[in-house]
Design a protein around this ligand. Sequence first.
Ligand code: CFM
Length: 546
Amino acid sequence: MAISEKILEEILNKYPAKVKRNRKKHIVIRDPQQDRQEIEANTRTIPGIVTNRGCAFAGCKGVVLGPLKDMVHIVHGPVGCGYYSWLTRRNKAKTDEPNKNFLAYCVSTDMQESDIVFGGEKKLARMIDEVVEIFKPNGITISATCPVGLIGDDIQAVARAARAKHSLNITAYSCEGYKGVSQSAGHHIANNGLMENIVGEGQMEEPPGRYTINILGEYNIGGDSWEVERVLTDIGYDVQAVMTGNGSYAKLKNAHVAQLNLVQCHRSINYIADMLQIKYGTPWLKVNFIGIRATIESLRNMARYFGDESLITRTEEVIERELAEIEPQLEPYRKICSGKIAFCFVGGSRGHHYQGLYEELGVTTVLAGYEFAHRDDYEGRDVLPHLKTDADSKNIPELHVTPDENRYRLKIPADRLEALKQELPLNNYKGMISDMTEGSIVVDDLNHYETEEFIKIFKPDIFSSGIKDKYIPQKMGIPTKQLHNYDYSGPYAGFRGAVNFARDVAMGFATPTWNYITPPWKGKPLLEGTIEPCSADPGVKEVGAV
Ligand code: CFM
């Protein structure tokens, strides 16, 4: 299954010339013969095009800050921004401390017209006082939505004053929705804030165990992080902090003690991964716990990083045991899934991560892409030095960190680290494109029109999508597997997660539901005719085939 340049051209020809030129740069047909294939990404969506992206506020509060369970996350703005970012992402959390899990709450300053006219700072300050009194959280974050920046409320000053007043970690994030071209801007703002205000606040100086790690860019969607942690703990790792799934201020403030940082979602967390290395000397390892092979490879890479024979042996024992448990369960699902084709279009990392899991079930991904990723997520981090900073990116301040005088230390000898970098994805990520097969298609910021057109051409058996775009394929009679919040299912990570995923995807194929929907192309005749006047006798009609 492949797509030619000619067909792609036909799809794009429906656009006005300027839009066509723009969209063409965001679409790549995979050609493994080429050394490097470039794609445009992280630029503004064309106005009027129905994109699947979110806003900077969504990336900051919704994605990175929101899952921290022992903090109250105040949304400063009209209530709608709070309401629509309330629990829909399914970043689960549980706590041993009663009354220290605030994720079930939606806390908004509910700005009204009078606040827009006269300013909302006093209302925000009052709300902080109330939150401290009612919840007594371990910390508070304040996230700004669009009107806050437009009217100029100084939320940073309000946070500083409240911090002094309550002696509590209270921090503000100027993540107004319009701050960037997508939620990606919000990730960066949140990374900066966590690094500046929380990591390192704790008093721990030594790691609690021999193999202490942080898991970065894992948000516990549908319980993913719990499944990953189950395996890691069993092998012998101490998970200090997860950023930020089921995460907490209490753990995050001591994240500096880890000997290794794992990076699951590169897009949302690479900034903090780099900063942790600069400030504390902790290297980061790109991992992927989606898919069985990817999980095994990640576990083996971790063991090689620490280089301890007993850890390597234990890793293999756990892998063997887990495989023995899941392989028989997977078999019946593989029979249903084998030979199918998929589209895999998700936010900023899952479009890549899920391809391996699909492959293990016998499903081939023919189209993949990201809503808001950057070029390094497609092309690999080698492209970073070649990226030009545009005006939109300059909007987001770069946080410059320096080695911590007391806490910076090499976690493993420098020469060993350099040698390992040749073998392991340490401080590196090679991007999605290189893993895709010849003739498959990579699309950045896929929109509704293109979704329909590509579906008509490829006729995929399943579409892995988001919440907004899943209805288009469904109306075309194609099952979807929503990969943002998993549509009430999960976990999909790790060994047991793979079985859940296989079960859900197989169910999508096996259900007779889709037979009740007629895809548009099925009712379309192969030949279409029109009746035109006959030139000889204008009174007589003839049928002309087109
Ligand atoms: Fe990272 Fe995510 Fe993703 Fe993301 Fe997201 Fe998400 Fe996502 Mo939805 S942090 S980039 S901003 S893996 S919410 S848990 S599923 S778009 S692919």
